[in-house]
Every structure is written in C-alpha cells, then in structure tokens.
Design a protein around this ligand. Sequence first.
Ligand code: NAD
Length: 424
Amino acid sequence: MTVSLTVPVHDRNPLVAARSQLADAIGLLDLGHGMLDMLATPRREVTVSVPLRRDDGSVEVLVGHRVQHNLSRGPAKGGVRFSPDVSLDEVRALAMWMTWKCALVNIPYGGAKGGVAFDPRVYSRGEIQRVTRRYTSEIMPILGPTTDIPAPDIGTDEQVMSWMMDTYSVNRGHTVLGVVTGKPVALGGSLGRASATSRGVVHVALAALAHRGIAVRGASAAVQGFGKVGRDAALLLAEAGARVVAVSDQYGAVHDPDGLDVPALAHHVDATGSVVGFAASEPMDAGDDLLFLDLDLLVPAAVEAVLNADNAHRVRASVVAEGANGPTTPAADAVLADAGVLVVPDILANAGGVIVSYFEWVQANQAYWWSEDDVNARLAERMQAAWEAVVACAARRDISLRRAATTLAVETVANAHLARGLYP
Ligand code: NAD
C-alpha cells in the first residue's frame, strides 16, 4: 500500500489530519514512501463487540476498539474514550498522535488509543462498570504492563481505570498495578497525575505567552471544556494571575470580561454538573462563541476539529494552547499561521498526562512512590525541555510549532525503526 504524500484534506476527519501531518513531516525529513506507509499504518487494531446487560434486563451490544499504532520504542500507551462519537478512524488518529507525543517528550512508549461508542452520561454506574469489564476482557489478549497500558480520556476516569486494572488482575490471578495508569492514589496511582495534563498545558501556555512578550498577570484567557483537562487548566491559569474570561462545556458557556471566579465556578459545576447558570457571570449565546473572543490565550480542551476551515478566520487569540487532541484541523492551522496566531500543538501542550502516566507506571513497577513535589518538578523539567526543543526546531527550519513538534517526533520514531531493521 502506498499512502500519498499529498493526502487530501477532508477537514474535520482526525485521521486525515493526522496522516497529512505525518506526510508533511516525512517530506521535511526526506524519509520516503516506505517509512510513510509504515508510520501511517497502525501496527494492530482490535474491534470488539461489548454486550451489556442493562439494568432493566435487556441486552444491548456496543462496539469497542483498541488500536496500537506503533510499538518500536516500547509498549503501547494511550487513553480509553467512552463517547457516542468514538469511531475506528478517530481511534486510529488518536493512537498515532500518542506515538508522536511519547517520542517528543522522550518516554519509552509507542502510541495506542481505545474507546467504546456509547454515552456514559445516560447509563448507570453499574452499567458503566459492566461495559468497562467486558471491554477490558475482550481486549485483554493485547493488554499488559509491558505491551499496552491504557489511561483515562473523554468519558473515563480513575474509577474506570480501577475496574480495568481489577478485571485484568483477577484474570491473571495476581495484582498488576502497571497495566493501567490514571488510577486512584489509594490503588497505586501517582500523586499529581489527576492534574498533570492541565499542569503541562499551563506550563507551555505561560512559556508561549512569554515568547510573545505577553505578561501572564492580567492576560485574558478562555478555556473550552471543563473536564479533567479544562477545569484544572482554568484553575491553574487563574492561580498564575491570568484573567479567565470565559469557560464552556458541552451544555453552554459563561463569560465575565473582568475574569471569572474559577474556584467558585468549579464548586458550581460540582453541584450542578455544568458551567451553565453560574451566577457571577453572563451566559454566552452559543458555547462556541468563546473561541472567537479577543484573547491573549485560548485553550481548547474538549474535542477534535473545533477550529476548522469554517471558523478559523474568526479566531482573535494571540496564543492557542491545545489541551484537547486534534482541536485544530490542517485547514485551520494554515489560516491561524497566516494570521500570526502562535499554536502550541497538542502533542506538546497536553503531553503532561502521559508524562505522569509514565511516572505512575515506573513507580508501580518499582513499588516505590514519589512525593507530589517530586512528580511536579520532573513534569515541569520534561515539559520545558520539549518546549525548548520544539521552539529551536521551528526557528531552525522556519516552520510552525506543530510542524516542528511532529517532525522531531517522527524522526525519533523513524530512527528507532531504522535501528531495529525490518523483520524478517
Ligand atoms: P472529559 O470527558 O473529562 O471532559 C471533556 C469536557 O469537554 C467536558 O467538560 C465536556 O462537557 C466538554 N465538551 C465536550 N464537547 C464540547 C463542546 N463541543 N464544546 C465545549 N465543551 C465540550 O475529557 P478530558 O479528559 O478532559 O479530555 C478533553 C480533551 O483532552 C480530549 O481531546 C482528550 O483526548 C484530551 N486529553 C486528555 C488527557 C487526560 O489526561 N485526560 C490527556 C491528554 C489529552
């Protein structure tokens, strides 16, 4: 199979976006079609049916996937997503981005991703547990602490990780802490893991503001998504002195030009389940409107392709730090680059999660746990090193941060392939 170097860009399909970024990097590195074909093609894919007995006794059959994109540098690593939008192409794209992310921050993993196509918000806790356990047992032949290590993503959390770990361990006959990351601290999780992705996003967002000569104190910021990534990103930005003027979730958005009281907003979300109705704010007409505010910093931390060919020309932020995976389509990337917007790409900006997942795995394998200060210091060190490497590569090649990050990562993975050679 030959994958064209000029992949047509069907805006908003994440796999097309991921492949076009790869093709661009392969072109810049002059690595040729063979390497492009190898890296464009997932190493292993499993699609499973997940029969679920509903609480009312009826049976529903859900569909799940696990894709291991690349295994050249170590075990596959990547989140599990529970969302009605999960598709094989989406999981393939997310797995490929995980490969680049792990290579960019120099952790010894390949990339994977998984998901089950259902909306956990409309299922009971017992039903979610049964889905998790059945999905885990269906993909168990390819899971393991030295083969493939899942983590939380959209719609999953530390409880889901505990059920996955328990299902795997019960079937193996002994406790295997290192088979998943993002577990509760009480069950071998790492201190600092829960906020690690957000901490990493904020680390590079502040570096990017400084790069642009913008002082963080009083800088205006908006965060799309108030889940595991967006919530702590908003809290940490406010703590750093930024004015968080707007926040959204899938139900709507709230706005205050003087800066929202983010801790109070977090309490409101705990009590009501949404940012909507937060008293000390104005509602926005459409949730997406926050993407187009006049901002120093925009943090998309929800889903893919929210910045696309139809709306990128409306973005007025100086810096975009991608908390989400794939929030900017290739067409939008070109528009933002022309407009002089500094985009810190997902594989750099949100790498804090997998960095501390790696720390959690190391700690679990050694059965020796580190202090939270130690975890945060090591996280900051790796984020800073990756930021500096990407900025230097972008300057050297006169390319965007995304092209630089992807190129560095693809080069690392390609070198591993070349060193190992092609079997047989
Ligand atoms: P989550 O399920 O905890 O939260 C998602 C949030 O986005 C929720 O607040 C939801 O209401 C909101 N949302 C969904 N659709 C929206 C829309 N159209 N507009 C506005 N808000 C919307 O998920 P998460 O773990 O925070 O993941 C968010 C993104 O970050 C995903 O792209 C994920 O792949 C990426 N990511 C997560 C991690 C992690 O450690 N959790 C690590 C790296 C990257």
